[in-house]
Design a protein around this ligand. Structure first.
Ligand code: SF4
Length: 314
Protein backbone atom coordinates (compact mmCIF):
# COMPACT_ATOMS: atom_id res chain seq x y z
CA UNK A 1 0.00 0.00 0.00
CA UNK A 2 1.45 3.38 -0.91
CA UNK A 3 1.61 6.20 1.62
CA UNK A 4 -0.76 8.41 -0.34
CA UNK A 5 -3.52 5.76 -0.18
CA UNK A 6 -2.90 5.17 3.54
CA UNK A 7 -3.13 8.91 4.25
CA UNK A 8 -6.42 9.01 2.33
CA UNK A 9 -7.88 6.21 4.50
CA UNK A 10 -6.78 7.94 7.70
CA UNK A 11 -8.09 11.40 6.78
CA UNK A 12 -10.89 12.52 9.13
CA UNK A 13 -14.24 13.04 7.54
CA UNK A 14 -16.71 15.67 8.74
CA UNK A 15 -19.55 13.80 7.10
CA UNK A 16 -20.48 10.26 8.13
CA UNK A 17 -22.81 8.35 5.84
CA UNK A 18 -23.62 5.90 8.64
CA UNK A 19 -22.99 5.24 12.30
CA UNK A 20 -23.75 1.76 13.68
CA UNK A 21 -23.79 1.97 17.47
CA UNK A 22 -24.43 -1.12 19.55
CA UNK A 23 -26.16 -0.30 22.84
CA UNK A 24 -26.18 -3.79 24.35
CA UNK A 25 -23.31 -5.87 22.90
CA UNK A 26 -25.16 -9.14 22.70
CA UNK A 27 -28.23 -10.83 21.32
CA UNK A 28 -30.58 -13.52 22.57
CA UNK A 29 -30.90 -15.24 19.17
CA UNK A 30 -28.51 -17.63 17.44
CA UNK A 31 -29.31 -16.88 13.80
CA UNK A 32 -27.60 -19.30 11.44
CA UNK A 33 -26.00 -16.64 9.22
CA UNK A 34 -24.81 -14.27 11.97
CA UNK A 35 -21.28 -14.23 13.46
CA UNK A 36 -22.69 -12.92 16.73
CA UNK A 37 -24.33 -16.33 17.22
CA UNK A 38 -20.87 -17.98 17.29
CA UNK A 39 -19.41 -15.43 19.72
CA UNK A 40 -22.34 -15.75 22.15
CA UNK A 41 -21.55 -12.30 23.56
CA UNK A 42 -23.18 -11.48 26.87
CA UNK A 43 -25.82 -8.78 26.82
CA UNK A 44 -24.34 -5.73 28.55
CA UNK A 45 -26.50 -2.62 28.31
CA UNK A 46 -24.63 0.65 27.85
CA UNK A 47 -25.59 3.23 30.50
CA UNK A 48 -27.15 6.35 28.93
CA UNK A 49 -24.59 8.66 30.64
CA UNK A 50 -21.68 6.67 29.13
CA UNK A 51 -23.46 6.64 25.77
CA UNK A 52 -23.74 10.45 25.97
CA UNK A 53 -19.99 10.74 26.67
CA UNK A 54 -19.22 8.55 23.68
CA UNK A 55 -21.55 10.55 21.46
CA UNK A 56 -19.72 13.72 22.47
CA UNK A 57 -16.59 12.22 20.92
CA UNK A 58 -18.20 11.76 17.51
CA UNK A 59 -16.77 14.93 15.98
CA UNK A 60 -18.52 14.70 12.64
CA UNK A 61 -20.61 17.66 11.56
CA UNK A 62 -23.29 15.64 9.85
CA UNK A 63 -24.55 12.04 9.86
CA UNK A 64 -26.85 10.57 7.23
CA UNK A 65 -28.08 7.49 9.15
CA UNK A 66 -27.56 6.71 12.82
CA UNK A 67 -28.29 3.04 13.49
CA UNK A 68 -28.83 2.10 17.12
CA UNK A 69 -27.45 -1.40 16.59
CA UNK A 70 -24.57 -3.28 15.03
CA UNK A 71 -24.86 -6.90 16.18
CA UNK A 72 -26.63 -6.51 19.54
CA UNK A 73 -30.41 -6.56 20.03
CA UNK A 74 -31.35 -3.02 21.12
CA UNK A 75 -34.73 -3.89 22.67
CA UNK A 76 -32.85 -5.85 25.35
CA UNK A 77 -31.74 -2.47 26.72
CA UNK A 78 -33.68 -1.76 29.94
CA UNK A 79 -33.57 2.03 29.45
CA UNK A 80 -34.16 2.69 25.78
CA UNK A 81 -35.81 6.07 26.54
CA UNK A 82 -32.61 7.12 28.37
CA UNK A 83 -30.54 6.20 25.31
CA UNK A 84 -32.88 8.11 23.02
CA UNK A 85 -32.81 11.16 25.25
CA UNK A 86 -29.00 11.27 24.93
CA UNK A 87 -29.24 10.82 21.16
CA UNK A 88 -31.89 13.55 20.86
CA UNK A 89 -29.57 15.97 22.71
CA UNK A 90 -26.65 15.03 20.45
CA UNK A 91 -28.86 15.57 17.43
CA UNK A 92 -29.48 19.20 18.33
CA UNK A 93 -25.84 19.99 17.49
CA UNK A 94 -25.09 17.20 14.98
CA UNK A 95 -27.70 16.93 12.22
CA UNK A 96 -28.78 13.31 11.62
CA UNK A 97 -30.81 12.47 8.52
CA UNK A 98 -32.40 9.33 9.96
CA UNK A 99 -32.30 7.49 13.28
CA UNK A 100 -32.91 3.81 12.70
CA UNK A 101 -33.48 1.02 15.19
CA UNK A 102 -33.45 -2.59 14.04
CA UNK A 103 -34.85 -5.34 16.23
CA UNK A 104 -35.53 -9.06 16.09
CA UNK A 105 -38.89 -8.33 17.76
CA UNK A 106 -38.64 -11.18 20.22
CA UNK A 107 -38.21 -9.53 23.65
CA UNK A 108 -40.17 -6.36 24.20
CA UNK A 109 -40.74 -4.39 27.40
CA UNK A 110 -43.82 -2.76 25.94
CA UNK A 111 -44.19 0.08 28.42
CA UNK A 112 -40.63 1.25 27.92
CA UNK A 113 -40.73 0.63 24.17
CA UNK A 114 -43.94 2.61 23.66
CA UNK A 115 -42.46 5.44 25.73
CA UNK A 116 -39.43 5.29 23.42
CA UNK A 117 -41.62 5.44 20.31
CA UNK A 118 -43.56 8.39 21.75
CA UNK A 119 -40.32 10.39 22.02
CA UNK A 120 -40.26 10.51 18.19
CA UNK A 121 -36.48 10.13 17.99
CA UNK A 122 -36.66 6.90 15.99
CA UNK A 123 -37.44 7.76 12.38
CA UNK A 124 -37.33 4.23 11.00
CA UNK A 125 -38.06 0.99 12.81
CA UNK A 126 -36.74 -2.14 11.14
CA UNK A 127 -37.55 -5.76 11.97
CA UNK A 128 -35.15 -8.48 10.87
CA UNK A 129 -36.98 -11.65 9.84
CA UNK A 130 -35.62 -14.28 7.47
CA UNK A 131 -36.94 -17.34 5.71
CA UNK A 132 -39.61 -18.26 3.20
CA UNK A 133 -42.45 -16.52 5.02
CA UNK A 134 -43.59 -19.58 6.97
CA UNK A 135 -43.29 -20.09 10.76
CA UNK A 136 -41.21 -23.27 10.30
CA UNK A 137 -38.55 -21.63 8.16
CA UNK A 138 -38.39 -18.45 10.29
CA UNK A 139 -37.96 -20.39 13.54
CA UNK A 140 -35.37 -22.78 12.04
CA UNK A 141 -33.16 -19.92 10.81
CA UNK A 142 -33.39 -17.71 13.92
CA UNK A 143 -33.47 -19.99 16.99
CA UNK A 144 -34.97 -19.65 19.55
CA UNK A 145 -37.22 -17.02 17.93
CA UNK A 146 -40.95 -17.65 17.83
CA UNK A 147 -43.21 -16.74 14.91
CA UNK A 148 -46.06 -15.83 17.28
CA UNK A 149 -43.93 -13.15 18.97
CA UNK A 150 -42.91 -11.73 15.58
CA UNK A 151 -46.52 -11.46 14.47
CA UNK A 152 -47.57 -9.89 17.76
CA UNK A 153 -44.85 -7.24 17.35
CA UNK A 154 -45.72 -6.50 13.72
CA UNK A 155 -49.41 -6.12 14.56
CA UNK A 156 -48.99 -4.09 17.74
CA UNK A 157 -46.51 -1.64 16.22
CA UNK A 158 -48.67 -1.35 13.12
CA UNK A 159 -51.62 -0.35 15.37
CA UNK A 160 -49.32 2.19 17.10
CA UNK A 161 -48.40 3.72 13.77
CA UNK A 162 -52.06 3.96 12.75
CA UNK A 163 -52.73 5.96 15.92
CA UNK A 164 -49.58 8.12 15.93
CA UNK A 165 -48.40 8.36 12.32
CA UNK A 166 -44.74 7.35 12.75
CA UNK A 167 -42.09 5.90 12.62
CA UNK A 168 -41.56 4.46 9.15
CA UNK A 169 -41.84 0.66 9.34
CA UNK A 170 -39.77 -1.78 7.33
CA UNK A 171 -38.32 -5.27 7.50
CA UNK A 172 -35.00 -6.66 6.32
CA UNK A 173 -35.47 -10.20 5.23
CA UNK A 174 -33.13 -12.79 3.82
CA UNK A 175 -34.97 -14.89 1.24
CA UNK A 176 -34.03 -17.43 -1.43
CA UNK A 177 -36.77 -17.25 -4.07
CA UNK A 178 -39.25 -14.81 -5.55
CA UNK A 179 -42.01 -16.97 -4.08
CA UNK A 180 -40.54 -16.26 -0.58
CA UNK A 181 -40.80 -12.53 -1.33
CA UNK A 182 -44.42 -12.89 -2.42
CA UNK A 183 -45.33 -14.79 0.74
CA UNK A 184 -43.68 -12.18 2.98
CA UNK A 185 -45.33 -9.31 1.10
CA UNK A 186 -48.77 -10.85 1.65
CA UNK A 187 -48.09 -10.86 5.42
CA UNK A 188 -46.24 -7.59 5.83
CA UNK A 189 -47.81 -5.11 3.46
CA UNK A 190 -51.39 -5.34 4.80
CA UNK A 191 -49.92 -4.43 8.20
CA UNK A 192 -48.11 -1.40 6.78
CA UNK A 193 -44.58 -2.85 6.86
CA UNK A 194 -42.38 -2.32 3.80
CA UNK A 195 -40.09 -5.30 3.20
CA UNK A 196 -36.54 -5.05 1.93
CA UNK A 197 -35.29 -8.39 0.64
CA UNK A 198 -31.72 -9.63 0.58
CA UNK A 199 -29.91 -12.75 -0.48
CA UNK A 200 -27.70 -14.63 2.00
CA UNK A 201 -24.30 -13.15 2.76
CA UNK A 202 -21.36 -15.35 3.69
CA UNK A 203 -20.08 -13.75 6.90
CA UNK A 204 -16.82 -14.72 8.56
CA UNK A 205 -17.46 -16.64 11.79
CA UNK A 206 -21.16 -17.28 11.16
CA UNK A 207 -22.39 -20.75 12.16
CA UNK A 208 -23.47 -21.51 8.56
CA UNK A 209 -22.72 -20.35 5.06
CA UNK A 210 -26.11 -20.60 3.30
CA UNK A 211 -25.08 -18.85 0.08
CA UNK A 212 -24.53 -22.12 -1.78
CA UNK A 213 -21.03 -21.03 -2.83
CA UNK A 214 -17.75 -21.74 -1.10
CA UNK A 215 -16.34 -18.89 0.96
CA UNK A 216 -13.40 -17.37 -0.91
CA UNK A 217 -11.56 -14.81 1.23
CA UNK A 218 -11.14 -11.35 -0.26
CA UNK A 219 -7.71 -9.75 -0.64
CA UNK A 220 -6.21 -6.55 0.66
CA UNK A 221 -7.95 -3.66 2.38
CA UNK A 222 -11.68 -4.32 2.39
CA UNK A 223 -14.23 -1.80 1.23
CA UNK A 224 -15.33 -0.91 4.80
CA UNK A 225 -12.07 0.87 5.66
CA UNK A 226 -12.62 3.26 2.77
CA UNK A 227 -16.11 4.26 3.85
CA UNK A 228 -17.05 7.34 5.88
CA UNK A 229 -18.77 5.15 8.41
CA UNK A 230 -18.34 4.47 12.10
CA UNK A 231 -19.04 1.15 13.83
CA UNK A 232 -19.07 1.00 17.63
CA UNK A 233 -19.70 -1.96 19.91
CA UNK A 234 -21.51 -1.84 23.26
CA UNK A 235 -18.34 -1.00 25.19
CA UNK A 236 -17.42 1.99 23.05
CA UNK A 237 -14.80 0.06 21.08
CA UNK A 238 -14.58 1.20 17.47
CA UNK A 239 -14.58 -1.84 15.19
CA UNK A 240 -13.69 -1.83 11.50
CA UNK A 241 -16.92 -3.01 9.90
CA UNK A 242 -20.50 -4.22 10.19
CA UNK A 243 -19.63 -7.65 8.76
CA UNK A 244 -18.41 -8.95 12.13
CA UNK A 245 -18.84 -7.61 15.68
CA UNK A 246 -15.14 -7.84 16.62
CA UNK A 247 -12.86 -7.99 13.58
CA UNK A 248 -10.47 -5.53 15.22
CA UNK A 249 -10.20 -2.95 18.00
CA UNK A 250 -9.33 0.45 16.59
CA UNK A 251 -9.76 2.55 19.75
CA UNK A 252 -12.46 3.54 22.21
CA UNK A 253 -14.93 6.39 21.87
CA UNK A 254 -15.11 6.82 25.62
CA UNK A 255 -11.46 7.85 25.59
CA UNK A 256 -10.87 9.44 22.21
CA UNK A 257 -12.55 11.46 19.54
CA UNK A 258 -13.57 9.72 16.33
CA UNK A 259 -11.18 11.88 14.25
CA UNK A 260 -8.29 10.79 16.52
CA UNK A 261 -9.25 7.11 16.26
CA UNK A 262 -9.71 7.33 12.50
CA UNK A 263 -6.22 8.75 12.03
CA UNK A 264 -4.68 6.80 14.91
CA UNK A 265 -1.93 4.20 15.09
CA UNK A 266 -4.25 1.23 15.80
CA UNK A 267 -6.33 1.90 12.68
CA UNK A 268 -3.23 2.56 10.58
CA UNK A 269 -1.71 -0.75 11.75
CA UNK A 270 -4.92 -2.61 11.03
CA UNK A 271 -5.06 -1.18 7.49
CA UNK A 272 -1.40 -2.03 6.86
CA UNK A 273 -1.94 -5.60 8.06
CA UNK A 274 -4.99 -5.98 5.84
CA UNK A 275 -2.90 -4.75 2.91
CA UNK A 276 0.15 -6.92 3.47
CA UNK A 277 -0.68 -9.79 5.86
CA UNK A 278 -4.43 -10.23 5.93
CA UNK A 279 -3.95 -13.95 6.68
CA UNK A 280 -2.70 -12.96 10.15
CA UNK A 281 -6.02 -11.39 11.13
CA UNK A 282 -8.20 -14.24 12.43
CA UNK A 283 -11.57 -12.83 11.32
CA UNK A 284 -10.48 -11.01 8.15
CA UNK A 285 -8.52 -14.00 6.84
CA UNK A 286 -11.78 -15.88 6.28
CA UNK A 287 -13.91 -12.91 5.21
CA UNK A 288 -15.25 -12.51 1.67
CA UNK A 289 -15.16 -8.72 1.55
CA UNK A 290 -12.54 -7.26 -0.73
CA UNK A 291 -11.55 -3.72 -1.72
CA UNK A 292 -13.97 -1.12 -3.12
CA UNK A 293 -13.28 -2.00 -6.77
CA UNK A 294 -13.90 -5.72 -6.09
CA UNK A 295 -15.89 -6.00 -2.84
CA UNK A 296 -16.96 -9.60 -3.37
CA UNK A 297 -20.26 -11.41 -3.80
CA UNK A 298 -21.67 -10.63 -0.34
CA UNK A 299 -21.49 -6.87 -0.92
CA UNK A 300 -24.89 -5.61 -1.96
CA UNK A 301 -26.17 -9.18 -2.47
CA UNK A 302 -29.40 -8.65 -4.35
CA UNK A 303 -32.81 -10.04 -3.53
CA UNK A 304 -34.22 -12.84 -5.69
CA UNK A 305 -36.96 -10.39 -6.77
CA UNK A 306 -34.33 -8.32 -8.56
CA UNK A 307 -32.75 -11.21 -10.42
CA UNK A 308 -33.92 -12.13 -13.86
CA UNK A 309 -34.77 -15.81 -14.24
CA UNK A 310 -37.62 -18.30 -14.01
CA UNK A 311 -38.46 -17.51 -10.37
CA UNK A 312 -38.66 -13.78 -11.20
CA UNK A 313 -40.95 -14.31 -14.20
CA UNK A 314 -43.43 -16.54 -12.35
S1 SF4 B 1 -12.00 -7.96 6.00
FE1 SF4 B 1 -14.09 -8.52 6.59
S2 SF4 B 1 -14.06 -8.85 8.78
FE2 SF4 B 1 -12.18 -7.75 8.23
S3 SF4 B 1 -12.69 -5.60 8.51
FE3 SF4 B 1 -13.11 -6.08 6.40
S4 SF4 B 1 -15.26 -6.67 6.30
FE4 SF4 B 1 -14.62 -6.72 8.44
Amino acid sequence: MNLHRLAELLRPSAHLTAVHFDIVKGCQLLCVGCPSASLKQTVRPLEPARFARMLANIDAREIDVFRLFNFGEPLLHPDLPGILEALARFRTTHPIGCVELSTNAQTVHWQSFERALAMRVIDRLVVSCDGDGTPESYEALRPPARWGKLMQFLERVSAWKTRHGDPALMTRTVVETAEDCRRWRSILEPLGWTPEFRAWKALSGAPENRTGRPMVPGRGVCTFLGKSQLYVDGSGAVVPCCAHPAAGDLGNLERDRWSTIRAGAARADFIRTLATARHELPVCSTCEYGPGHDPGPSAGSRSPEARPGPAHRS
